[in-house]
Design a protein around this ligand. Structure first.
Ligand code: HEM
Ligand code: HEM
Length: 189
């Protein structure tokens, strides 16, 4: 009995749906902006400039939160390409757990930053629209929230560093299609 050969898969087959790809790279850009603004702020002396850079940090942070919600919606609508079909069960579980942790951290940071701002006595606004205050001014609580927000943000940075190591391992050790499947159209083979 002749067996039917498995179909040969090309790079074109293994692509994540475009909305997922674009939302991934938009998040990367927004997150870089969030970190660049808060780190860059430390180099500034003038109070008004520091306040305005912090305001941009808040806006970029809220954008990351909105993009994360959009990504979760997209993940429920579109199926990711199975780039890990050669991987063992524990590798798939590890990848799933890491991505889950990234989502959890990305979802928790904007509310923490929002509450921190309120506890410091600041109203968060989108241009001229003032968002509702969820906490009264409480400087002790603000200090705690600042520590939590900062630690969670640096934990996110560490998890992303691991994410990048994993991507590098797929690209240069396994030489599989994990990275190419996540690239936007014009970068694909
Ligand atoms: C994914 C989103 C966010 C990330 C990754 C992030 C990251 C950070 C980091 C790394 C710091 C510095 C912590 C330190 O000093 O060690 C910080 C501080 C802060 N963030 Fe965020 N943040 C995000 C969203 C937000 C949002 C949405 C708000 C407000 C609506 C906000 C408000 C603040 C405030 C008030 C500070 C304290 C700044 C200061 O030292 O005066 N953040 N954030
Ligand atoms: C800097 C912030 C980043 C965040 C927050 C992030 C987050 C994520 C998340 C949550 C996933 C799971 C798939 C999804 O839900 O869309 C993912 C997948 C992926 N990311 Fe990132 N990522 C970041 C940066 C990068 C960078 C810089 C690269 C490339 C150098 C990259 C390459 C990939 C690849 C190739 C996948 C697919 C993994 C797979 O097929 O299992 N990511 N990323």
């Amino acid at each position: 009995m002749s067996s039917i050969p498995a179909p040969v898969r090309t790079a074109a087959d293994l692509r994540h749906p475009r909305p997922i790809v674009y939302a991934h790279w938009l998040t990367v850009m927004a997150l870089l902006l969030v970190f660049a603004l808060i780190i860059g702020r430390d180099c500034l002396d003038e109070d008004r400039l520091r306040a305005s850079v912090l305001q941009w940090h808040r806006l970029a942070g809220l954008l990351v939160g909105a993009l994360t919600l959009l990504r979760l919606l997209l993940r429920s609508r579109f199926k990711l390409a199975d780039t890990l079909d050669q991987a063992s069960a524990w590798q798939r579980r590890l990848a799933g757990a890491m991505h889950g942790l990234v989502y959890l951290l990305l979802l928790s940071l904007p509310p923490l930053g929002f509450l921190l701002s309120n506890a410091r006595g600041h109203v968060v606004s989108l241009g001229s629209i003032h968002l509702p205050r969820l906490l009264a001014t409480d400087l002790d609580l603000a200090e705690t929230l600042e520590a939590v927000h900062g630690n969670v943000a640096w934990l996110l940075a560490a998890v992303i560093a691991l994410h990048l190591l994993a991507v590098a391992w797929h690209q240069w050790v396994r030489r599989d299609q994990v990275l190419s499947a996540m690239l936007p159209g014009w970068r694909r083979a």
